[in-house]
Design a protein around this ligand. Structure first.
Ligand SMILES: CC(C)(COP(=O)(O)OP(=O)(O)OC[C@H]1O[C@@H](n2cnc3c(N)ncnc32)[C@H](O)[C@@H]1OP(=O)(O)O)[C@@H](O)C(=O)NCCC(=O)NCCS
Length: 179
């Protein structure tokens, strides 16, 4: 029987540590121009991207990375939106072009939802432009309600509260195989 892991790239999905800041920054800087525009919903020069990465780490943003060796090649971010009435996280994703469409976005999303639940968030929001088919497909896969607000597509995901003893999104691919 063919292994279910043969098509998934060989890296690791893990939360980034404070010392990963340069690796996260370099990942964002390496995004090709279209992916960078999609990620930042518009133009963003290198200075903007570098200081954005620093701000994320300074403000305690949760960042999950797809890591191969010493490089972060994909990331999912969870930013708190404290001004909203419910505990809400704004999420954003980036996968480098050569690794897109291989399931990394989905894995990052799964892990991010696990972390968001652990932090007590009850809603997640993701904002993108209406033509970002990859992000819309990814959001739909996680049951996001998509709507159109001020020229942007906004996806909202309601998170169930964590259930004691449920392994859910924290299951590794190997655990899933035997469940
Ligand atoms: C959006 C992004 C993170 C998706 O990551 P990815 O690793 O390519 O996604 P996956 O391979 O896990 O695919 C997730 C879903 O998107 C679909 N998809 C991926 N690329 C697609 C494309 N170009 N067009 C249409 N659908 C696409 C997949 O078929 C999959 O759908 P399914 O779950 O129904 O099968 C990635 O394309 C990216 O980094 N884009 C640039 C930055 C960006 O747009 N960020 C989002 C705004 S925050």
């Amino acid at each position: 029987m063919q292994s279910p892991f043969t098509t998934f790239p060989p890296g690791t999905i893990r939360q980034l540590r404070p010392s990963d800041l340069p690796r996260f920054r370099d990942h964002l800087l390496r995004l090709d121009s279209e992916s960078r525009r999609d990620r930042f919903n518009g133009m963003a020069d290198d200075n903007y991207v570098a200081s954005y990465a620093e701000r994320c780490f300074a403000q305690g943003t949760t960042v999950i990375g797809y890591v191969e060796g010493d490089k972060v090649l994909g990331a999912a971010e969870l930013h708190e939106r404290p001004e909203l009435p419910e505990p809400t996280g704004e999420i954003a994703f980036s996968v480098e072009r050569k690794l897109q469409h291989m399931g990394i976005g989905r894995r990052l999303f799964e892990r991010l939802i696990g972390n968001a639940r652990g932090l007590g968030y009850t809603k997640l929001r993701v904002t993108t432009h209406p033509h970002n088919e990859a992000m819309k497909a990814l959001a739909r896969r996680f049951d996001a309600m998509l709507s159109f607000e001020e020229g942007e597509t906004v996806g909202v995901i309601d998170l169930d509260p964590p259930v004691a003893g449920r392994r859910g999104f924290f299951m590794s691919p190997a655990e899933r195989m035997f469940t």
